[in-house]
Design a protein around this ligand. Structure first.
Ligand SMILES: NC(=O)C1=CN([C@@H]2O[C@H](COP(=O)(O)OP(=O)(O)OC[C@H]3O[C@@H](n4cnc5c(N)ncnc54)[C@H](O)[C@@H]3O)[C@@H](O)[C@H]2O)C=CC1
Ligand SMILES: O=C(O)C1=N[C@H](C(=O)O)C[C@H](O)C1
Length: 238
């Protein structure tokens, strides 16, 4: 496949390495100053674009891909407040978008276990629940996109909670999502249930970026030829 990398940082480099090892071709790798260059690519030159940039850049890049009729796989986090607009544009321009807050297969299994546990734990009010995420100091957004997906999965089963707060929660009606930034930590997510008597946790610890990159490549191989917005549940059929 001919892949255009939009964003050539930590993830762009990891995806390039795995893509070349699988026999794919990288037709371009754009960094921030190349933003205008994206519009110069056509669907005849590119089978799929893979976008890992920054929260401010993602929406513009997605719209350009829709306009150029290039299917786009997006891993950038921190832009989901624009999702309703992107859904509208995707429909209007017959775009093709695959988004995941986390492309690791392990994390997507974690999302399912998280919901199962939340459904059970909601019946035991003696336990309080908190989400914690730990990432490297370069990360621009908080909470992480993955922590927000985890929070959504918990809130779905706790009707008494009306939202989340990016801190230790001051009240039981809000889910606490705590963010820590530490060295070069790749990505750790923890769901913690605590009662007076005990604590138990679900942990996911990413050891490298390869799990994210290989999931993004699977999505890039799957997306071309499909119109609409897709995610890991469509790909993995979990
Ligand atoms: N969904 C997932 O599985 C994962 C998502 N991420 C997310 O992906 C994003 C990128 O992560 P990293 O690669 O670690 O960041 P990074 O900072 O190492 O790289 C970002 C790259 O994007 C480029 N860039 C910024 N604005 C751009 C624009 N308008 N056009 C083209 N390039 C642009 C920068 O020059 C840089 O090369 C972050 O939002 C992060 O949270 C990271 C890892 C996994
Ligand atoms: O910025 C990162 O590095 C990561 N971002 C994603 C997120 O915000 O959840 C996924 C992963 O945890 C690494």
């Amino acid at each position: 496949m001919r892949i255009l990398l939009i964003g050539y940082g930590k993830m762009g480099h990891t995806i390039e390495r795995l893509a070349l090892a699988k026999g794919h071709e990288i037709v371009g790798a754009l960094i921030v100053d190349d933003a205008d260059k994206l519009a110069s690519y056509t669907a005849e030159q590119v089978d799929v674009a893979i976008e890992f940039t920054s929260p401010d850049a993602a929406m513009g890049n997605i719209l350009t891909c829709f306009e150029k009729n290039i299917p786009v796989v997006v891993g950038t986090t921190g832009w989901l407040q624009h999702l309703p607009f992107i859904q509208e544009k995707c429909e209007e321009l017959k775009g093709s978008l695959f988004y995941a807050s986390n492309f690791s297969v392990g994390v997507n299994l974690f999302f399912h276990f998280n919901e199962y546990v939340a459904q059970k734990m909601q019946q035991y009010p003696e336990y309080s629940v908190q989400v914690k995420e730990i990432h490297h100091v370069h990360k621009l957004d908080k909470p992480s996109g993955t922590a927000l997906s985890i929070a959504d999965g918990i809130l779905k089963h706790f009707p008494q909670k009306h939202g989340w707060i990016n801190d230790v929660s001051p009240e039981p009606e809000l889910l606490g999502v705590v963010s820590e930034r530490e060295g070069e930590v790749v990505g750790t997510h923890i769901v913690q249930y605590t009662s007076e008597n005990d604590t138990f946790e679900l942990n996911h610890i990413a050891h490298s970026r390869e799990g994210f990159a290989s999931g993004a490549l699977l999505a890039a191989e799957w997306l071309p030829g499909r119109q609409g917005i897709y995610g890991m549940n469509d790909l993995l059929q979990l």
